[in-house]
Design a protein around this ligand. Sequence first.
Ligand SMILES: [Zn+2]
Length: 397
Amino acid sequence: MSLLKGKVQNYAWGGTQYIPELLGLEVSEKRCAEYWLGAHVNAPSILKTPEGDKSLDEYLHLNLTRVLGTKIADKFGRLPFLFKVLDVNDMLSIQVHPSKIEAEKGFKFENEQGIPLTAKNRNYKDDNHKPEIMVALSEFWLLHGFLPKEKLIQVLKTIPEFNHLLTVFEDKGYFGLYKQVMEQTTEESNKILQPLVNRLLPLYKAGELDRTNPGYWAAKAVDSANDTTILDKGIYSIYFFNIVMANKGEAVFQDAGIPHAYLEGQNMELMANSDNVLRGGLTPKHVDVPELLKHVVFEETHPNIMLGELQDDGIERIYKSPAPDFELSQILLNSENKYQSVAQTAQVLIVIEGEAEVSEGDVSLVLKKGQATFLSAESDYRITSPSLATIYKATAP
Ligand SMILES: [Zn+2]
């Protein structure tokens, strides 16, 4: 059991306050988008051990079976998950993640084509899938899957600029509709979207649009864009996808093929250890439309907001997902109760609110807000709090 120190990622879409305040760092103008806890080669966390600081990546390399346990070590050969705190100020790119089989194929193909791993036009960074689960730490907004048919028809009828797309949708369904708008030239999409944007911007600036209205997010995207001469085709997706709000403590799972984008708020995100993202707009990064169209599941999505399952101890709430790579849970403590567990495989715990004490045998570690610990397989431990604590736990099922 050791303190685990993660790495802050300063992406441009991040906020300036939430992560520094969580970690007890000085708040500045600097954007702090993500705080990574894990062994990803690009930003491995640091273990604070009595023998000094160790990169979790290297530590795992030397002690894989002991730390992960035989089952997970044999199955994955590495820590299967990456745990993150996100602070979304400006919306992220619209994206979809490939299935495991598609990722293996795509990775092999791009290797055979001789496209360097670091190339801008590289789609597959590794051969892994990237399912993701998030729990909201505040009111959290996201785009998640296509609107159900009736709702989408309503949108196409209500927005004058989209009226001509109604027959496309009726004739060719979700695939035909999305393909048509995503394959438009910038000139074509600008011509369609400009009048809509012209109508929305004054309303947005006057505070007359609320977050349940796609117009709010479309106007926000245009308002925060660096280049206002090109209207991002991601605006179509804002209108075609479900706008979902998750309250604090509620979770959403993104499986392979579900198009999605985080819009605003803070969350805990747990994902498979991969970097495979195919993008569909609202980003200056590489967008490969034919590849994107191959991987999007073209069907309606009824968002499933998960409340998690409270365990028999009345303390731990597990957010189950079909992903074999990870399991996310929330542990709520007060001064009266005590959490007790034996780790099946490696675990990462982070205190988001309050303070906690983690003990194993006669060794104990006090975790203040923002501090995290790493536990190995077979750790037999307990957690208490002097007052209140909200802890999030990442492990593999
Ligand atoms: Zn994603």
